[in-house]
Design a protein around this ligand. Structure first.
Ligand code: ADP
Ligand code: C5P
Length: 263
């Protein structure tokens, strides 16, 4: 078959006016592993493209009065703590080129703002970041690229140092940036032994849900935001993918010829 014949039978490849589908990147990893830091670095490097960041945290369910009274018994690290249906709907809309209203979550009140939202517009790249963004298969299926951020990589020490580093970072981050006092952060965790600590919910949920979802990652970034080489490589890949989209829009037949030869 000639390229022309292929072109007429596969009009979806050849429609130069078709809107470009955004490139969706999932960024997962344990709490305070550096997910937001890595996302910020990718966004900075892609300054010439429209990139939006959607945080899974925005989709935490608000607690009711009873749950608020016993907030220290509430497991914020379990998949059920998130409204995944709403997250899914939001990413699907963004992927189809529509804008969305993302809830604003208050980590101090453990609830969403009732009257304000953040409007997220259609864009070239959508980054979805959160501890459990790889947990639900339907959400994973929307992603073109999946990144897992590791704090420290290295045999058995990973299990000790990784958790330890993240705890220290989290205390600082939650007290400085999330308006929490040290006691409320520490109430979520309990120290066990000299070097090891196990959170009541955070560490078990990391082991049960976050770590098992690492296998879905296309790329694992050791040392998080300190790993400039990994971030450069990821940005290069995204640029290549965005470039392919552009080529397809400008020269639709180029794509058709390629696909015909592949067949
Ligand atoms: P996450 O989004 O995974 O929860 P963040 O990127 O918000 O993690 O990082 C958690 C805290 O640790 C933040 O205060 C951030 O500034 C800090 N942090 C992130 N990466 C590093 C790093 N490589 N070295 C030191 N501190 C870091
Ligand atoms: O940004 P990060 O990935 O650290 O956010 C997830 C963490 O936020 C979870 O480990 C959870 O324990 C914590 N969290 C919290 N208080 C809330 C909601 C989530 O400390 N109200």
């Amino acid at each position: 078959r000639s390229p022309t014949a292929a072109s007429s039978s596969s009009s979806s490849f050849a429609d130069a006016n078709a809107p470009r589908q955004p490139f969706v990147i999932g960024v997962s990893g344990g709490t305070a592993s550096g997910k937001t830091t890595v996302c910020d670095m990718i966004i900075q490097q892609l300054h010439d493209h429209r990139v939006v960041l959607v945080n899974q945290d925005s989709f935490y369910r608000g607690l009711n009065t009873e749950e608020l009274k016993r907030v220290h018994e509430y497991n914020f690290d379990h998949p059920d703590a998130f409204d995944t249906e709403q997250l899914l709907e939001c990413v699907e809309k963004l992927k189809s080129g529509q804008y969305v209203q993302v809830p604003i979550y208050d980590f101090k009140q453990h609830r969403r703002s009732s009257d304000s939202f953040r409007q997220v517009n259609a864009s070239d790249v959508i980054i979805l970041e959160g501890i459990l963004v790889f947990h639900d298969q339907r959400v994973r299926n929307l992603m073109n690229m999946k990144i897992f951020v590791d704090t420290v990589l290295g045999f058995i020490w990973q299990f000790i140092i990784d958790a330890d580093v993240r705890l220290a970072r989290r205390i600082r981050r939650d007290t400085v940036e999330r308006g929490r006092d040290v006691n409320s952060v520490l109430e979520q965790v309990s120290l066990f032994g000299v070097m090891l600590y196990y959170a009541k919910f955070v560490k078990p949920a990391f082991d049960d849900f976050v770590l098992p979802s690492k296998k879905y990652a296309d790329v694992i970034i050791p040392r998080g935001g300190d790993n400039h080489v990994a971030i450069d490589l990821i940005v290069q890949h995204i640029r290549t993918k965005l470039g392919e989209h552009d080529l397809c829009k400008i020269y639709p037949n180029v794509y058709v010829i390629q696909s015909t030869f592949q067949i």
